[in-house]
Write a protein that binds this ligand. Structure first.
Ligand code: SF4
Length: 275
């Protein structure tokens, strides 16, 4: 019998499109020239492979971009029904700017483990926070409201991870950055883009820009169903035993002492239109 595999956090990026244009976006959404909505088949196929290997996940997060822009978000949420016995909490993180449709509200009612995190960047950007809260109350959907503006903004603000120049550091110095980075640390990050799980959005951005080549040992693929489940479990177990990943050589890390910046500062000129 195979040993059970439990994880703390997994994030599924359903879209890289966003209606905000945050300069320091954690997944660099405004900097993608053609940010995709990942297709329903892509997302559900990756999730099915993931749950063949993972027996328990404490928190599974649906994120973007802005997930509420994905036209099939209700169907995506409903597709989790067969896995709810393995999930502690199924969360969506939204930027508080888009009121949910009735179709989505009804889709969120199938499990009491669904819990929506509303990031509030202030009235100018997160225009619909109250409307969203009111709707969730009517439909009995759990939510949390996270304040991301002002002097007491969550986490003290955001960190600038935009500079992807190769850092002049020794291997042991990069190991130290990785050791203190919040993504492998308290965030226990395991983020799925296009059926591949990475340590963070910075890695995905470095790969997309060709700063680092395709390095199969640096991510977990949920594309290939020919790999035995026992091997996939072992790959995932080893994921957090790394000293660092290739992208860390280009990154300053999200550390306790990293300078903090105002969350959701908007680019003056959006790089693109997404709607
Ligand atoms: S130091 Fe590594 S794990 Fe941390 S944000 Fe940078 S690339 Fe990601």
């Amino acid at each position: 019998m195979q040993e059970s595999l439990s994880l703390l956090n997994t994030t599924l990026v359903v879209t890289l499109r966003c209606n905000l244009h945050c300069r320091l976006c954690a997944v660099s959404a405004p900097y993608y020239e053609e940010p995709p909505h990942y297709s329903f088949e892509n997302l559900t196929g990756g999730v099915a492979e993931y749950f063949k290997a993972v027996d328990r996940i404490e928190k599974f997060t649906i994120n973007g971009g802005e997930p509420l822009l994905h036209p099939q978000l209700p169907e995506i949420m409903e597709s989790f029904e067969p896995y709810m016995n393995k999930i502690g909490m199924l969360e969506i993180i939204t930027n508080g700017s888009i009121a949910p449709t009735e179709r989505l509200l009804k889709a969120l009612q199938f499990s009491t483990k669904i819990d929506i995190l509303i990031d509030d960047y202030g009235k100018e950007l997160s225009k619909n926070v109250q409307k969203i809260i009111d709707a969730f109350k009517v439909y009995g959907i759990k939510y949390r409201h996270r304040k991301y503006y002002g002097d007491d903004a969550h986490c003290g603000g955001w960190v600038d991870l935009l500079d992807l120049s190769k850092k002049q550091r020794s291997s042991s110095e990069t190991e130290q950055i990785y050791k203190h980075c919040a993504y492998p640390g308290p965030f226990h990050c395991f983020v799925l883009f296009d059926r591949k799980a990475y340590i963070c959005g910075v890695y995905k951005r470095c790969e997309t820009l060709g700063i680092i080549p395709d390095i199969p040992d640096d991510y977990i693929s949920f594309v290939d169903d020919s790999i035995p489940v026992s091997v996939k479990k072992e790959q995932i177990r080893n994921f957090y035993n790394r000293k660092y990943f290739a992208a860390c050589e280009y990154c300053s890390g999200f550390c306790d002492d990293s300078p903090r910046f105002a969350p959701a500062e908007q680019l003056e000129k959006p790089y693109r239109e997404t709607d």
